[in-house]
Design a protein around this ligand. Structure first.
Ligand code: FAD
Ligand code: NAP
Length: 364
């Protein structure tokens, strides 16, 4: 692991680095100065220099939730800190975790703590946990990107969010110039939201400590997953859920290696029960789900589909034919092209349903 406090080797610097292969939209982008961050200890000196020189900087993980401009002036910090280790086995529950499974009375509170470097590939980590008999993350299989970016928007899929499994996060605070450890509560995880999303660029996440409860329960309530496990007499294993999630996603989502995309381009909007009642009276087939008290979550993909965008294409940008929430780069698109197309979708959805769609990927 690269977490030891030895004298740091300065981050390797590459000028004019091509980032086409480090963003899943496949956009042409050049980083003026790209720093290969392989250890947390490289950050204090680097951030001090960047601050003194008043140089612009930003952090990039795998670029799977990113819209990059053609030129990235100043410093781009490529988060490549590796390493993962089990730090506590059979820890006792302290009762402060917010995880779903904690609410189950059969939970004995025992857990494993797993420390993982920010640059580790997310999907590889999920596969590794299953191999090491640490189930829990399987619904989040095949989400691209790095471990360090996962808490930023509190990645979620099939009814599970990463924040449920986070004990704490080690980060460099770029305002106070100190290392901090933030508890799960301090991270303020919400629906595709966190402290880090609310305060962009303040914290550079270096390591995530996961808390995997010993007690495990299958979560297969999303329709497409439920269809795979319809026999009530045969409960699926975590590995079977992992395999099913991978199968469903491969069928439904475009592979960024083949066609550029950043997953869902818009978040599912939340509306009040009153707004929902008014919408459903006009659109009886509206797809929505109950959310926090008094709110409903609308399926943004359904709204976009109903506006006729599914499979549409304007120049190099399009809406994916199997999933209207995903914008794709057919080749040669720029961030501006994608944003212009996104604006036309936002406008039409707003005109038709009175609902504002928020963009999910981070615009650099
Ligand atoms: P990047 O895109 O590199 O960065 C995202 C943001 O995090 C940026 O603001 C960046 O500055 C910041 N950041 C990255 N690393 C750090 C760090 N170490 N410290 C501080 N800030 C950092 N998301 C979901 O929630 N659920 C899904 O099911 C899902 N499916 C997807 C499917 C596909 C095909 C694709 C392409 C994307 C999908 N996504 C999904 C979105 C994306 O994969 C996740 O948001 C992922 O966590 C982004 O990781 P990344 O390393 O690529 O981050
Ligand atoms: P889906 O299953 O077709 O569902 C469409 C939408 O309805 C989803 O956005 C989902 O909300 C919501 N939904 C479905 N069943 C639900 C339930 N039982 N309870 C509450 N909400 C429900 O979605 P999909 O496009 O195939 O994606 C499957 C999962 O992968 C979803 O969780 C989705 O968020 C995730 N995913 C995310 C991205 C991304 O880039 N963010 C990309 C691909 C897939 P939620 O989004 O809140 O789950």
């Amino acid at each position: 692991m690269n977490f030891a406090k030895s004298a740091p080797i300065p981050a390797k610097l590459t000028s004019d680095m091509e980032l086409k292969h480090r963003n899943t939209f496949g956009l042409d982008a050049i980083a003026e100065f790209a720093y290969d961050i392989t250890s947390a200890e490289q950050l204090p000196a680097l951030l001090k220099t960047l601050t003194e020189k008043k140089m612009a900087w930003r952090v990039l993980g795998g670029g799977s939730n990113a819209l990059l401009p053609a030129q990235l002036p100043g410093a781009t910090l490529l988060m490549n800190i590796l390493g993962q280790e089990i730090v506590v086995v059979d820890g006792d529950g302290d009762g402060d975790s917010d995880s779903d499974s904690d609410s189950d009375s059969s939970n004995n509170g025992k857990h494993t703590l797993l420390a993982v470097g920010a640059g580790v590939n997310w999907h590889a980590l999920v596969a590794w946990t299953l191999k090491h008999n640490l189930p829990g993350l399987e619904n989040l299989a095949l989400i691209p990107g790095t471990v360090g970016a996962a808490p930023i928007q509190n990645i979620g899929a099939y009814g599970v969010e990463v924040g449920q499994y986070i004990d704490s996060i080690d980060a460099f605070d770029t305002i106070d110039h100190v290392f901090v450890t933030l508890s799960q509560t301090a991270c303020q995880f919400g629906y595709r939201d966190s402290l880090f999303k609310q305060h962009p660029d303040r914290f550079i996440l270096t390591r995530v400590i996961f808390k995997i409860p010993e007690h495990w329960q299958a979560r297969t309530h999303y329709a497409e997953l439920a269809q795979q496990f319809s026999d009530p007499n045969s409960l699926p294993t975590a590995q079977q859920i992992f395999d099913a999630v991978c199968r469903i996603r491969c069928k439904k989502l475009p592979d960024p290696k083949v066609i550029g995309n950043a997953g869902s381009f818009f978040q599912n909007p939340l509306v009040t029960e009153d707004q929902h009642a008014s919408l459903i009276s006009q659109y009886p087939n509206l797809v929505s789900y109950p959310d926090k008290a008094g709110m409903r979550k609308l399926a943004a993909g359904w709204l976009i589909d109903q506006c006729g965008f599914k499979g549409q294409r304007v120049g190099a940008v399009g809406v994916y034919e199997n999933q209207a929430l995903v914008l794709v780069n057919h080749g040669g698109a720029s961030a501006e092209d994608i944003l212009n197309f996104a604006k036309s979708i936002q406008l039409k959805v707003h005109q038709q349903y009175g609902v504002q769609l928020a963009i999910e990927p981070n615009i650099f």
